[in-house]
Design a protein around this ligand. Structure first.
Ligand code: MGD
Ligand code: MGD
Ligand code: SF4
Ligand code: MO
Length: 573
């Protein structure tokens, strides 16, 4: 049966992000959510398997019947299985079609593969952390930390209470499932490893850094990608190395809210802090985002359910509108849920804009699957707000239309601002992805996709962005830092990473470990390292250490790497 593949966050997939080597991660990311009518037509029931095939590839998924998924859509959790069948084209935007690829879905008796199997099929090699591995020189003793920041999603909640015994987090208070998953993960690596044929060999930090320096100094088209999972200070050193060797420096916003940035560059951005939303917003619109799964405490801490100076009754003082292609966890909590056809947002934004302008006559009976009467009702609610806040997600940036969707959203907000007060805030993904754009802009003048190869900065998303450079097989040495491309990049780009000199700098084992030539473990910001991060609304927050250890931080490893690269260049003069 022909369906449209769409992929995104689930609460369970998010809780497993720090257990990528486990069976539970493979299980949670290999589901295929199908409308029961489609499942019946394909001839499968809950728990049975389907083979999903696209022009990029095919693999097996486990069926989960879900009435929330519209007919015609196969909804997949974000992860290695979805990416195994995703193509690498970005249509000159830097962001692949994570939401909206035609696929063929058929019943199959084939078994499910594990995430490691998928990496090996693309040329990688699985790795197992040796049993008994311990992080060196862990701080001993028991303590309780209050007001700790959570380094997981863009909410960057800084009210977490951690209970710690001998460098192990034993309890996480206030944090959501995702937060607890990170603080309680056991997937830390202690020693650098390098790939030798089909084997992994342990190596010293000195040797590993020297090898990485050689790889990057000898590369024709080096790419440093990620950064949203580390400190802003580390990014600064990364930018210095990139400038030194003429590398491309790109960050996760490329594949995520990069299109939002492109829209903001075109038409500006009426933003505000989350504090303003908490204290003032009486109408909240979540468009193409699902914070219950992806920013689990957003609604309770900053928006829908929070009480504020001018919203003392919290939820009762606010009207909540959700626009999504399926009845997401967040949609279930809305006063009004608008189910848009996949890729229909551009039309919907413009229809609402026309209504707000007073042009009700031009609206057809339905727009992108939404009835005219519903649009009129929603427009009236929007117009009657005292302070309205739009939150936009990657349902807009990764579906057809990409940055033009966001542009249309901003233009609707602009129109509404002629009547009352409105803001728009992208629900930025990682705890420090906003920091990448801040630091890249500060140091290089552009927020992402920065190419130093010409000796001056060149910025052109779609050309100088990570996915595109890998898709064109340009990169010959890649640093993966604070991101996991093995799990999250489209199939062909992962296969390319497995062929070239890929170096992973990450405190945890990840699927990128499998496709690397070298993995250098580091201290983890918020656990045994500290640094500055920017919350999704651009507010900088200092992320403290929870305990000390003998692991070098990203900053230490990158500083050493820069020294080694300079030495190599000096010797060649
Ligand atoms: N659990 C969990 N949480 C995370 C992460 C994680 O991996 N797991 N990652 C973090 C990151 S990096 C990010 S960027 C954020 C992302 O957070 P969100 O922006 O919330 O991300 P998604 O769940 O991918 O997509 C949001 C919604 O878009 C809908 N959608 C799909 N296509 C369309 C469309 O055409 N139109 C509209 N209007 N909606 C559409 C999907 O049904 C989905 O409910 O989450 C962060 N938090
Ligand atoms: N199919 C599909 N694929 C998608 C998406 C989708 O919706 N569908 N969404 C895309 C989006 S928006 C994004 S942003 C990506 C997900 O983005 P990724 O960046 O791949 O997300 P994570 O897997 O959380 O990877 C974060 C990495 O940072 C590491 N890390 C944590 N702390 C530190 C630290 O202090 N230092 C260093 N060096 N590393 C650290 C973690 O161990 C982990 O390996 O996925 C993209 N891929
Ligand atoms: S909402 Fe985000 S920042 Fe807050 S505790 Fe959960 S994962 Fe951490
Ligand atoms: Mo993201």
């Amino acid at each position: 049966m022909k369906l449209l593949m769409s992929s995104g966050r689930t609460p369970e997939q998010g809780a497993q992000l720090y257990y990528k080597d486990s069976e539970s991660y493979s299980r949670e990311t290999s589901y295929c959510f199908l409308n029961p009518m489609d499942a019946m037509e394909i001839g499968v029931e809950d728990g049975e398997h389907v083979l999903i095939e696209s022009t990029a590839g095919k693999t097996v998924f486990s069926v989960r019947e879900s009435p929330e998924t519209p007919e015609g859509v196969a909804y997949l959790p974000c992860g290695p299985y979805a990416n195994f069948i995703l193509h690498e084209f970005t249509h000159s935007t830097g962001a692949p079609d994570f939401k909206g690829v035609p696929v063929e879905v058929t019943q199959t008796e084939l078994p499910l593969q594990s995430a490691w199997d998928l990496m090996e099929e693309l040329g990688g090699r699985r790795y197992k952390i040796p049993t008994g591995t311990i992080i060196p020189d862990l701080e001993q003793g028991e303590k309780v930390l209050k007001n700790h920041a959570c380094p997981l999603c863009g909410c960057l909640c800084d009210d977490i209470e951690l209970h710690i015994a001998d460098g192990i987090v034993t309890d996480v208070v206030n944090g959501c499932l995702l937060c607890a998953g990170k603080f309680r993960s056991h997937g830390r690596m202690a020693v650098p490893i390098r790939r030798e044929g089909d084997d992994w060999k342990e190596t010293s930090f000195d040797e590993a850094i020297k090898t990485a320096a050689e790889m990057f100094a000898n590369a024709k088209r080096p790419l440093f990608y990620g950064w949203s999972g580390t400190s802003t200070e580390a990014m600064h050193i990364g930018l210095e190395i990139a400038e030194e060797i003429g590398a491309v420096m790109d960050n996760c916003s490329s594949e995520c809210h990069g299109p939002t940035i492109m829209a903001v560059q075109e038409v500006g951005h009426p933003g505000c802090t989350l504090g303003q939303v908490k204290n003032r917003a009486d109408v909240l619109v979540y468009w193409g985002c699902n914070p219950i799964a992806a920013h689990p405490r957003h609604l309770s801490r900053y928006s829908t359910y929070s009480t504020g100076a001018f919203r003392p009754e919290g939820r009762a003082d606010r009207t909540v509108i959700v626009v999504d292609i399926r009845e997401s966890e967040t949609a279930k909590l809305a006063d009004i849920f608008i189910q848009v056809k996949p890729g229909g947002d551009y039309a919907l934004f413009n229809a609402l804009r026309a209504i707000v302008r007073g042009e009700r006559d031009v609206i057809p009976d339905t727009v992108a699957g939404v009835e005219r009467s519903v649009l009129f009702k929603v427009a009236d609610i929007l117009l009657n707000a005292k302070f309205g806040a739009f939150f936009t997600g990657i349902g807009l940036t990764q579906s057809r239309g990409k940055y033009k969707n966001v542009r249309a959203g901003i233009e609707l907000v602009d129109e509404l601002n002629r009547h009352t007060k409105y803001t728009l805030t992208p629900l930025r993904g990682h705890w420090n992805v906003d920091g990448t754009n801040q630091m890249f802009s500060l140091a290089a003048g552009y927020p992402y996709a920065v190419d130093y190869s010409r000796g001056i900065v060149h910025y052109n998303p779609g050309e100088t962005s990570g996915v595109d450079i890998l898709a064109k097989h340009e990169a010959d040495a890649v640093m993966i830092i604070g991101t996991d491309l093995g799990a999250h990049f489209p199939r062909e780009t992962v296969a390319h990473l497995a062929r070239i000199n890929t170096v992973v700098i990450d405190p945890f084992i990840s699927l990128s470990t499998a496709i690397a030539k070298l993995h250098i473990p580091v201290a983890s910001v918020g656990l045994d390292a500290e640094g500055t991060a920017y919350r999704l609304d651009g507010v900088p927050i200092h992320v403290r250490k929870a305990f000390t250890s003998g692991m070098p931080s990203d900053e230490v490893v990158l500083t050493r790497l820069l020294e080694e690269i300079k030495k190599i260049k000096e010797e060649r003069k």
